[in-house]
Ligand binder design. Sequence first.
Ligand code: HSE
Length: 434
Amino acid sequence: MNSVNIGICGLGTVGSGTINVLSRNLKEISARVGREIVVCQVGARRDNADCDLTGIDISRDIFSVADNPDVDILVELIGGTTVARDLVLRAIANGKHVVTANKALIAESGNEIFAAAVEKGVTVAFEAAVAGGIPIVKAIREGLIANDIEWIVGIINGTSNFILTEIRDKNREFMDVLQEAQKLGYAEADPTFDVEGIDAAHKLAILASLAFGCPLQFDKIFTEGIAKIEPQDVVYAEQLGYRIKHLGVTRKRNDAIELRVHPALIPEKRLIANVDGVMNAVLVKGNAVGPSMYYGSGAGAEATASAVIADICDIARTLGAGPEQRTPHYGFQSDQLRQINVLPISEIETASYMRITALDVPGVLTQITKALSEENISIEAVIQKEPAAGKDHAQLILLTNSTLEKYLDKAVEKIQALEVIAGDVVRIRVESLI
Ligand code: HSE
């Protein structure tokens, strides 16, 4: 059996997980691929391995892996976007295929990296960059190839989902849950990437390019995290029959697309509303298959290793074949990519949840509904909470009908300016997922 030599850079959680899974399942994997996968070199600047490295050539110089003539596939698991970019481009320049789990690198530099790879006739595979162990890249590029994709909605940041779930189920404090996610190894090295939605935006940029055949447009994504979600909004959402989830949404609208990451209310009866804890799920609407959902672990050593090894095996199967035999990076042939405009958030149409804190005096609701009706927005549901003991402000919780964001902005501006209103009006978009 011919072997395939891989060089792994980075021995953190995913690097160690990859070596562990490869050695544990080597017989099965080789039987499937028809070749043996051999880890011939590891490059790691730090010695933090949680795996058996017996018999593997270890180097502190990660670039020596990119220059090693014996390495067929370089596996980039160091993370970050500067050294990782240089490493990947060097491996490509040396004619090596690359496997990476690095969503930030692909989202921010993928266009440049894929162009370099096409030029050299090599593949850059990135299944592990989106939703960890869920084979969503393969599903969109191959399994759903017959479909015109209409939209994708995903819970693609496990840390945010874990925090929202713990707040709902156990009424826990935000920071307390975030610290637990860090201990579990789910949160990014900089957890603001999780709670501010940047990590989800990295993944959404990739999903949108696969769905619509456009170059990556990470910098055009409207991004909001979960930091402003208050426990009371989670409770009121439940009372209205919704769950609050942090979503990545991309949707085709005529000649443009929506690209947005933000918390949203979704009807609790939808399957995706019941994806809890650190789990991820991606719901894809294709015009032939209809909606299909992909669920699983979005992070973790062995779940991510599962996706990394799947990419290694894909490349190993076609090693020696021409580039035309391989699945193109975006799923579309590189000369068929198209520039697609991203709609500004003001042109997005959704229903909205609003929580308004107002003086408990006659006529307040009339003033609020007047501001909404002037923008042609109607109210679908309303809950009023009496002022707490000793307080004179009541909470009004409204669900509006679907409207363009720019009209809601105007209505909120008017409501906010009313004398009877205290504090900021809270708004959360509603996704009905149909
Ligand atoms: N920080 C990420 C998450 C890890 O919480 O989903 C996987 O990309």
